[in-house]
Design a protein around this ligand. Sequence first.
Ligand code: PMV
Length: 327
Amino acid sequence: MVKKTSTALSHPNIAFIKYWGNRDAVQRIPSNGSISMNLEQLWTKTTVSTDAWLQKDQLRINGKMAHALAAERVSLFLEKIRNMVHSDAFFSVESTNNFPISAGIASSASAFSALAAAVLDLLGISVSEQQLSAFARLGSGSACRSIPTGFCEWKPGHNHSDSYAYSIASPDQWPLWDCIAVVADNPKKISSSHGHALAGTSPFQQARVEDAPRRLEICRNAIANQDFLQLAEIIESDSDMMHAVMMTSNPPIKYWLPASLEIMQLVRHWRESGTEAAYTLDAGPNIHVICTSSSRGVIEEKLRYHPNIKQVLSASVGSGTSILPLE
Ligand code: PMV
């Protein structure tokens, strides 16, 4: 081991074609492929250090000791990495975010991608981007898509090493924005890990998974051709399909709030009136309004003055995970 500390910076991502349900829950091998966009202005910065006296892993999030569940999840992930790289070191992890965590803004994606990058760097293990993406996936599936840059596709694969994400277009391919309308910023009650496990209980999940190659193809083409209308229709349909599965799982999961539905309807109305905007929602009530750079100003203005929206966070297409120089 060469370094005593390592810091990585990573961005969350918003899925255009969603990952929901696993074929293998332990390895997080997904039931279907997915496509996302990294979010540049939102970030998680994670510093990992190690010392011979550490008897177990330690986790601090935003300056406070993490609660037991989060600490246990991180420790389980670190244990998987220790086993894979044959290390017996314990780690002290300090993670900071500049956006609300656990509220459907994919904080686990930026958290586990940053953590995977920082731990491997600290241990002096050099891996390819593909291998790093696969490692990040073990912590949170969507984290594998925060490793490469820009617009990323996660190829589901069949085992640990062939389930990873790669960039399908760089950030400058299409200067899209995600204006996130935060209608609730408290942590969600049902974690996505729990939700993935319930996906198979919905009679709609099989149809959603079987239709995924069609949606992925349309989404890839829309990005390649900068075809906003095509993108808008496919991402809204994909988001609605995932939420239909969630709502019809046993037990059902209802992430939408009345305000979520209200904003979704408004977004469709704005698009019909000529503003390039489309909605998508992850495992939470907050609405991600995807728009072009020319419609961003007007969208932000409309969202900011809406009485049911607490906060608007805006992000352009982001870069991948990076290791920061030592301070
Ligand atoms: O990576 P997880 O286990 O937090 O699951 C993410 C699931 C969604 O955000 C709802 C969809 C996605 O593809 O990011």
